[in-house]
Write a protein that binds this ligand. Structure first.
Ligand code: SF4
Length: 227
């Protein structure tokens, strides 16, 4: 497998936010979101066997812990990733999978919590969501919309209602995008969409969704990698 980094931090942007978590970041992505904050994962990384990845995860956290598989787009390495996720589950880890929603998700083990993006127009990757993936969602999964402008909010609200997402998954996450060139200040000024504005729209429309902030960017310098 091609791996960019494996590290321990706090989970930052889901209903698991704030929990200690081991991140396994896989190299490579087939999308190019305008506000992507992990472009360093597009290339490079190092070759590791699934056994080496497991050993590194076990060195950072005993079983029962939380492991997030992320990228890049992890499902580009589906052939090795699916058995690895199953092994992590067998070792009694709770496994989260962050995915762009563009790759088929049918092969993901049912016990894995999928956190599936639906790309909004402002990302520059609208219409990449694979609609068949809606059928793979289970009540423990989450769907995330990252937004940089009002049009993204309108798109997310419409998609959420149209597909009745709130009844399909544990949580629908509305998340303001962060600036790529974020300043060192650890506050909402780095958000492309003001969280206060987003909160007010959500309250006004009674959207069945949760406002989600990338808390790791409010705890540490937003430009820092490996946190
Ligand atoms: S899918 Fe994720 S890793 Fe790929 S470009 Fe978009 S934000 Fe970046």
């Amino acid at each position: 497998m091609q791996i960019t980094e494996i590290y321990k931090s706090l989970q930052g942007e889901s209903t698991y936010a704030g929990l200690p978590c081991i991140f396994v970041r896989l190299t490579g992505c087939n999308l190019r979101c305008s506000w992507c904050d992990t472009e360093y994962s597009f290339y490079g990384g190092k070759k590791m066997t699934p056994e080496q990845v497991l050993a590194e995860v076990e060195g950072l956290s005993p079983s029962n812990g939380l492991v997030e598989i992320t990228g890049g787009e992890p499902m580009l390495q589906e052939r090795e990733l699916v058995p690895l996720m199953q092994q992590l589950l067998d070792l009694r880890y709770k496994v989260l999978l962050e995915t762009s929603g563009e790759r088929p998700l049918e092969s993901v083990p049912a016990a894995v919590v999928k956190i599936v993006d639906v790309k909004c127009p402002g990302s520059g990757e609208a219409e990449t969501f694979r609609l068949e993936n809606l059928e793979t969602l289970t009540p423990h999964d989450e769907v995330k919309f990252v937004m940089s402008e009002r049009g993204d909010y309108e798109f997310a609200r419409h998609f959420t209602l149209q597909h009745d997402l709130a009844s399909r998954v544990n949580s629908v996450l509305f998340s303001p995008a962060f600036r790529k060139q974020a300043s060192e200040t650890r506050d909402a000024s780095n958000c492309l969409l003001d969280p206060q504005e987003l909160a007010e729209w959500m309250l006004e429309d009674n959207v069945p969704a949760r406002l989600s902030l990338q808390i790791h960017k409010l705890i540490w310098d937003p430009a820092l990698k490996g946190v």
